[in-house]
Write a protein that binds this ligand. Sequence first.
Ligand code: PMP
Length: 455
Amino acid sequence: KYESYPYERMQKIREQNIAPSLRTYYKKPLLLHQGHMQWLFDHEGQRYLDLFAGIVTVSVGHCHPKVTMATQKQLARLWHTTNIYMYPAIHEYAEKLTSLFPDPLKVVYLTNSGSEANDLAMFMARLHTRNFDIISLRGGYHGGSPYTLGLTSLTHYKHGVANGFGCTTTMLPDVFRGPWGGSHCRDSPVQTVRKCSFACLAKDQYIEQFKDTLNTSVPKTVAGFIAEPIQGVNGAVQYPRNFLKEAYQLIREKGGLCISDEVQTGFGRTGSHFWGFQTHGVVPDIVTLAKGIGNGFPMAAVVTTKEIASSLAENLHFNTFGGNPLACVVGAAVLDAIEEDGLQKNSEDVGTYMLLELAKLRDKFEIIGDVRGKGLMIGVEMVTDKDNRHPLPAEEISQIWEDCKDMGVLIGRGGLYSQTFRIKPPMCITKSDVDFAVEVFCTALQRHVERAAAK
Ligand code: PMP
């Protein structure tokens, strides 16, 4: 019955009854009917290649049969909270999930969203260290709850109410848009083409800035530092090689814990490794997971050490829905699907292929300033020209983006000026899907060139 509502009626309901702070994509937002693996279908039966994986939440594919079947089976058995009793699902899942982490990261807390996971990570860092200050990188997104909003450093998510006590943001080591960068700085099959005379020193320059923050903006001891291995919402921003390694060391010297926000980068998305932190050669003290952990099912997790967990065990810490049987069964089915379908390897192979194909477009079109990323965590930053790196005006980017949608390809947007296309498809995408998407993107770019010439 719900599906039979006309489009206009739903628009009206949206205007009147649904939170206006939720902004839909596209001039005429899609009315979705169903999803299957890397495909979405709208109410008119039009098929779209989903290069944004429902905001990076779909890891193994929309309605992956294995996950769907496991969910259906569990739905008929038990799905209320089991946190005050024993139930096999949470034990099986906790063992399976933590087996994927290096020592000493072996204890898991199950929560319901990424914001909640980062809230808990902040809380743990403060409780364990008995320090208060937490540092995050500018451009990072770590949640929209009052606690995590202090870590999130993107103006359009900020509201003018008190938040962020004890949260300090520091310079983003962005080798494309920041003051220092250059070739072979980052761990990607595609390097930035920006010209910079300080290329080989970029990491050192950014670390100097990091030290500067530690020396000027926080007390002598800190509770922690949180960073995404590759920034998600800010447009797949990658840091120079070894930046995180040195930053972690500096934080630990100040008594702080290092938190890796793997909400977007985890579960094999970066291809070469299962977790994003592994691509930086570091072992965090706390890791937070969400989105792809449940392939779209609302669940999240915090993984930490036994020692840090013991600080939280002095009193009760309870979460009604965290670790419910349904979530645990979904989480386990997702891990099985990643392994059985070879999705980490697929992310590496197909992601690298896509990056290299997109780099060819960058060389062809002046308005593509940067192509970057790792595996299926890709950003394409749009500029007015490659030398000045000014963001392409929003309305021009929007037209390219709408044209891609009209030709059947959905892409995400990100960055402070919404100037970066975010490509993070379900990890089951194929090389022929990439060929289709790149052809569509190329056509949309050519149309942009023709429009500009006609002006
Ligand atoms: N961390 C990162 C890196 C994210 O991208 C997000 C969501 N965009 C969050 C945390 C917050 O997750 P949630 O929306 O589930 O609260």
